[in-house]
Write a protein that binds this ligand. Sequence first.
Ligand code: WT7
Length: 651
Amino acid sequence: MTVQIDHALEEIRRFRPSPEFAAQSVADPALYEAANADRLGFWADQARELLTWHKPFTRTLDWSNPPFARWFDDGELNVAVNCLDRHVAAGLGDRVAIHFEGEPGDSRDITYAELTDEVKRAANVLEGLGVGTGDRVAIYLPMIPEAVVAMLAVARIGAIHSVVFGGFSSDSLASRIDDAEAKLVITADGGYRKGRVFPLKPTVDEAIGKSAGSVENVLVVQRTGNDITLEPGRDEWWHDTVGAAASEHEATAFEAEHPLFILYTSGTTGKPKGVVHSSGGYLTQVAFTHKYVFDLHPETDVYWCTADVGWVTGHSYVVYGPLANGATQVLYEGTPDTPHPGRWWEIVEKYKVSILYTAPTAIRSFMKLGRQIPHEFNLRSLRLLGSVGEPINPEAWIWYRHVIGGGSIPVVDTWWQTETGAIMISALPGITDLKPGSAQVPIPGISIDILSDDGTPVEGEGGGLLVVSEPWPSMLRGIWGDPERFKETYWEKFGDKYFAGDGARRDEDGDIWLLGRVDDVMNVSGHRLSTAEIESSLVAHPWTAEAAVVGASDETTGQAVVAFVILKASQADVASADVAAASEELRKHVATQIGAIARPRQVFIVNELPKTRSGKIMRRLLRDLAEGRQIGDTTTLADTSIMQIISEQVK
Ligand code: WT7
């Protein structure tokens, strides 16, 4: 009985902001009032207040041709100038922009003045290489300051970056280079990870070899000193070129709708989608959310978002949001446990980090290691904690608040997506009563609905589909080269309302709880993976006849990739001889083809897959099996005894 009461109490736990926090918070309930009274006027005010425009806009939103939104579209600005030059001009040149901490322990502080100089030099080099407005540049770098410099230099000259996470394979890189027809690749010899050098340049060489030939030049940052080859006439060292370039560079302004970047993300089909983001609208919403969700006091705060720039969190909350707001931040190259399991907490102590933004999977792995590790460090500088990437379970929320936050500081859970560009649902610290496990409320100026499949609003327990019912400034502007897929994926279902692909419910207080994806997209450690993409990789292996992939719940990573594979008849001997070796070979194959993040936790070799009469694989049943649950309803299977057989084989 006591246990049940405790549980019930836990469900309704609320944490009111402390009076001290509320008193100094930058957010004010008036933000909600202003946005509710005049949504477009509110966003126009934010765009004017938070950004510097070369040419002021007079139109806020053009939604005359949905789903193609245009925000602030007669205005002009330069995104890099907003992140750099204007802070230097305002006398903040000596403020540290980046405290860089390399995995081996090297560190560098870079001021706004220094970062601005470096970006100007890099912009000169890019222009010298013939990169112009609208050209695409692929960036394949570790988490080092040059990644930030490269992105901003591309933005400064009005080119479009496509950052590819350094953990992706040469195949993945090649397909992204080809899809965007990138002219230039910016990479490094290698980076440090888990105490070792991981080479990057050789992967770029391989990718270019496989690609269709759009790449004209490669710029290579020297980070690790591993042996690489430079192809004469094509490849150059970053330090030779950027180091020698002039630090004067006149920035021109671009239209607000000018594309800023493409970022590839997994969808329901095998081919990743190139999500396109704009300049003015995107920067407005990332700056707004970075300021108010993280209660940023740029003069005193030290902010640290642990995401890699290869993901959207790194774009919006390492590069564009914090720099537009003139924040001081930590950039860390390596993994949380190298060279010791307290590495993150050592960094918090060293730089007196006050705002920490990370993912539930990281929090859960720290929980496993125990509180004695963070307790060895002084974490009293922390005053705000953020979470992103997947639902944060109340246990992890409480642990984060108590063990890392000392028990009394706000934890904000932020829901958004690569496509939304910026945070959409989150508490505002200092205003909202916090509720562990819920992402809570739409930020001011954002309209969220929960609908049933037929488009009617759903209230209460059961939940429905999460939609964004009005266009928002940082919304994706499309899928690179594929307007039809853009319409089909997000807009076909509910007309001019954006279908996010997530299930959600609203509780009696109006707080939103995210219930996971409703499509064939998995979330592994806060990263999006497509079942179809991993299936096609498995089927590309010469041994495989058929494959089905599911996301099974996992204590640490949220979900884990579990594959069921039927081998070709010619491989039957291999399989019976050594099932373990066959499944290991296939796991490795996926890691090589897509990247280590996609490596299945398990590959089960089976003789059958559960299919309906029309031949559709019933992944739901495989998920039951992978999660060790009672197998659900099998009556629609063509052969109802199949699950029995598969269960035997999986044992
Ligand atoms: C998907 C988007 C947003 C940057 C990182 C991931 C899930 C994200 C939350 C959250 C519950 C979340 C959703 C979403 N997700 N944040 N706070 N609570 N779920 O970006 O790779 O585009 O993935 O991540 O399922 O659709 P992404």
